[in-house]
Write a protein that binds this ligand. Structure first.
Ligand code: ADP
Ligand code: MG
Ligand code: ZN
Length: 587
């Protein structure tokens, strides 16, 4: 962007220019309004002194479709005053004075301490639509509904439906959460008020809470609109139960947020979208019905998603004829959207440095290496061997799982790192709700759980640490079978474990049992796990070719589902002893 000097203009002239649609963009500061004329009027930049009511100005700007931003004014003046007064120990006085100062002169554009310094983008002017978000089809589909709430609110109000108030976007950094939220505003053509969680949390007690209040008040005036709270975890961390100490300020801010969310009706047309990459640390109160009860997972893209994202970001770049975006997508597993955007730009920078007329494949190759090196430092990229291990492991689960009763249909295998933690996953859809687990199904589950580790053993002759969660689950299941479900023939239907209701009353977890019985339980748990493990190994050995070929396809595509997956799973052969083991094995 060119930086031109701006000249002063009268407020009345500014209003005139807005009314005659000459103004492109406006930035509203505490004591200054900066604006730029549209290109056809010379792109000239002006500033003016604000006067009159801010609400009126908002309305005027919106009705003339002017893009505007409201930002906190960190002018040297204000900062200097605070610094000075702090040093003379007059904090409270400074506060009162500053607030008065900001509200003086009839200008309620005040961006004092308690005011939210939300960035406001006016109607439809985030300039972002779903077309800018590539690959995140599921998330877009879910958010399409939110767009409809905002743009056709009347339809829902008429029939008496309650429009949800809060949507939480959950996913790793750089996957496009902010982009999606802006796109929702863009698609619905409503204002977008954006603020980051960390901006609410200030050192001064009470400031965060009043910023929340102010943000919601602004939003109600501009409804229908979207409030976007980035980094929700910064304010939404679980509140400590420590009455003294703790982070008082943050808790006050969180409480205010909860109050505001309870205090408005989604039907008024305000929808709060928040984003976090750490949902597990959020205070459960935030996730209750009527608050952020809708959650949308925004995950890292698979290969085809990466290709689409690359296409979006390569659009403005002149590409050499030899550039193969598909090959680039294949070489960038684990990259999030932001990493891919970064990659395209890196490649362009390299091309310029080398005096290339267009960006060549070689530039991309170099850029990939550079970006990967950065990501590896943050341990977000798997080595090729790790990827292979994960792929065999997941296919192992799938091939064993498909033969087992009651486990449900294996509908998807993926080695796209899933949100937070899991390196890969196999999705088994249960056929309807299940409340009881039959004995053979329980054995089947054990074998399925051990299928992942078994595949690693067969292929690599050793196991990785990646199966720890499976092993934990298998052990729990096998132990429950013996100690709670009474499935053991020798021990009989005796509950050796007390259920959690009894535990709450402060008793021990195991009934007092003799050392021999305890040893027998351990022996049976081990024996059953061993048998399930043997069965999983037998199945995979029998289907080793299928295991190999399916893993190769998975490594290539990263996600296997639909007909292609079903066709492969239909070829899995069952070992002769499978049914006998399922039905008649001794616990
Ligand atoms: P997050 O909020 O999840 O950390 P952002 O929305 O800030 O991620 O994404 C950062 C940038 O990465 C975006 O501005 C965009 O350039 C790029 N990006 C991320 N995801 C996508 C996507 N699905 N399609 C296109 N660009 C994307
Ligand atoms: Mg973001
Ligand atoms: Zn596993």
């Amino acid at each position: 962007m060119k930086t031109e000097t701006s000249s002063q203009s009268a407020y009345s002239k500014f209003i005139e220019q807005v009314k005659s649609s000459q103004v492109q963009r406006v930035t509203i500061k505490r004591d200054r309004i900066e604006y730029t004329l549209k290109r056809e009027f010379g792109s000239q930049r002006y500033y003016t002194e604000p006067s009159g009511q801010i609400e009126e100005l908002y309305r005027l700007l919106q009705s003339h479709n002017v893009e505007f931003t409201t930002i906190a004014d960190n002018s040297a003046n204000a900062a200097g005053i605070i610094g000075l007064l702090l040093s003379t120990g007059m904090l409270m006085g400074a506060f009162a004075w500053l607030l008065k100062f900001t509200n003086a002169g009839g200008v309620s554009i005040g961006m004092g301490m308690g005011k939210s310094n939300a960035r406001v983008y006016s109607r439809g002017k985030t300039g972002t639509t779903f077309a800018d978000v590539a690959g995140a089809d599921e998330a877009k589909q879910e958010l399409q509904e939110v767009v409809d709430f905002l743009s056709n609110g009347e339809k829902y109000r008429k029939i008496g439906a309650k429009i949800p108030k809060g949507v939480l976007l959950v996913g790793p950094p750089g996957t496009g959460k902010t982009l999606l939220a802006k796109a929702v505003a863009g698609e619905a053509g409503v204002p977008f008020l954006s603020m980051s969680g960390s901006e609410f949390v200030e050192v001064f007690v009470g400031v965060g809470a009043s910023r929340v209040r102010d943000l919601f008040n602004q939003a109600k005036r501009q409804a229908p609109c979207i409030i976007f709270i980035d980094e929700l975890d910064a304010i939404g961390k679980t509140r400590g139960n420590n009455p003294i100490g703790g982070n008082d300020e943050r808790e006050q801010t969180l409480n205010q947020l909860l109050t505001e969310m309870d205090g408005f009706d989604g039907n008024n047309g305000v929808i709060v979208i928040a984003a976090t990459n750490r949902p597990e640390i959020l205070d459960p109160a935030l996730l209750r019905p009527g608050r952020f009860d809708r959650q949308v997972l925004v995950d890292r893209p698979d290969k085809s998603g990466r290709l689409e994202i690359l296409r979006v970001h390569a659009r403005p770049v002149s590409l050499g004829k030899d550039v193969d975006l598909e090959a680039i997508a294949a070489q960038t597993p684990g990259f999030a959207g932001a990493d891919l955007a970064n990659l395209v730009n890196e490649a362009a920078l390299i091309a310029v440095r080398k005096n290339h007329q267009t960006v060549l494949m070689a530039d991309f190759k170099e850029a990939i290496e550079r970006v990967i090196a950065g990501l590896e430092k943050r341990s977000r990229i798997l080595t090729p061997l790790e990827r292979q291990t994960v792929a065999y492991h997941e296919v192992g689960h799938a091939l064993v799982g498909v033969l087992m009763p009651g486990g449900g249909k294996v509908s998807k295998i993926s080695i796209v790192p899933r949100g937070l933690g899991a390196l890969g996953y196999t999705l088994q859809m249960p056929e309807g709700d299940r409340f009881l687990l039959l004995e053979d199904e329980l054995r089947g589950q054990l074998a399925t759980l051990l299928g992942g580790r078994s595949a690693e053993e067969i292929i690599f002759g050793k196991v990785s640490s990646g199966a720890s969660d499976d092993i934990q689950k298998a052990t729990d299941l096998a132990e429950c079978a013996v100690t709670q479900y009474g499935m053991s023939n020798t021990l009989g239907p005796i509950a050796f474990e007390k259920n959690s209701a009894q535990l709450l009353q402060g008793s021990s977890s195991r009934r007092s049992i003799s050392a021999e019985v305890a040893a027998e339980i351990d022996r049976q748990v081990k024996q059953n796990i061993d048998k399930a493990h043997d069965m999983a190994l037998e199945i995979l050995q029998l289907n080793r070719d299928l295991l190999e070929s399916t893993t190769q396809v998975l490594l290539e595509k990263e996600v296997l589902e639909g007909d292609e997956l079903q066709q492969r799973l239909a070829q899995v052969q069952a070992p002769v002893g499978l049914n006998t083991w399922l039905m008649k094995a001794q616990w």
